[in-house]
Design a protein around this ligand. Structure first.
Ligand code: 1GP
Length: 252
């Protein structure tokens, strides 16, 4: 039987707190400095889960860093795959994703076929996820590395159709991604439109720089908000706390 422990935990957070706040850590060399400190701050800031992943690894120590993150984290550590090279045994779960906004067969099914037997062997929980890359106004690393074109943000029907297709394909989550460091985050109006058409939870990330913006995404219907750059730029526990409080709309 498939294990759904982490997925169920995420759903219970959404139910209890209104939405979940997730911080993304890049397990690359460039994030090496202060890695332990970052995880400790995340632990103390009301963050609900850690995503780990990056577009490109510049050394061979990714697995060691994920092991370090896992050994310190008091919340689930979830693989947000930038590629199979980052797969290892230290994650609590993997977002088993396809870049369904793209038409590159390698990221629709190629990587997944290579990963599947290893994921099974490692016994990691899988969370089937449909990943939609949107055009956040700056060329994202995902766009370049995956060789896929992002969906224009001013054409909501395209996002809705992709999100529905993800649901009908049996995905358990939809990830609306504007790209790390996006100039424009996924617009609130677009989130509303997608949420109106699908029944599965939405993760929204990319270019979310303030707690206020994070809260707006939740009010628009996001079930989970992800930030990455914030912790890289501002290694400050208080900032993460403000984001967590803003996302947890059900908490006083
Ligand atoms: C995760 O790509 C995001 O979906 C992270 O984006 O780095 O802009 O917060 P930022």
């Amino acid at each position: 039987m498939m294990n759904s422990k982490v997925y169920n935990h995420l759903l219970s957070i959404r139910k209890k707190k209104g939405a979940g706040y997730i911080v993304l850590i890049d397990p690359d060399k460039k994030s090496e400095n202060g890695l332990a400190g970052k995880v400790k701050k995340i632990n103390n800031s009301g963050v609900d889960a850690i995503f780990v992943g990056g577009s490109l690894m510049m050394d061979g120590l990714c697995s060691d860093r994920v092991a370090q993150i896992k050994s310190l984290a008091e919340i689930p550590v979830i693989f947000f795959p930038g590629g199979i090279s980052q797969l290892n045994s230290h994650y609590d779960a993997i977002l088993f994703m396809s870049i369904i906004s793209g038409r590159n067969p390698h990221y629709l099914i190629g990587e997944q076929v290579i990963a599947a037997p290893i994921v099974k062997d490692l016994g990691i929980e899988v969370i089937p996820t449909g990943y939609l890359l949107l055009d956040g106004g700056s060329d994202s690393a995902v766009q370049f590395m995956s060789g896929t074109a992002p969906i224009p943000m001013d054409k909501p029907d395209i996002s809705i159709a992709h999100a529905l297709a993800a649901q009908y394909l049996g995905k358990k989550l939809i990830y609306l991604e504007a790209g790390s460091g996006a100039k424009q985050a996924v617009p609130n109006e677009l989130i509303k439109e997608v949420v109106e058409h699908v029944d599965i939870p939405l993760i929204v990330g990319g270019g979310i720089r303030t707690p206020e913006a994070a809260r707006e995404k939740v009010k628009a219907g996001a079930s989970f908000v992800v930030t990455g750059t914030i912790i890289e730029e501002n290694n400050n526990g208080d900032m993460l706390k403000k984001f967590a409080e803003a996302v947890h709309v059900n908490e006083p």
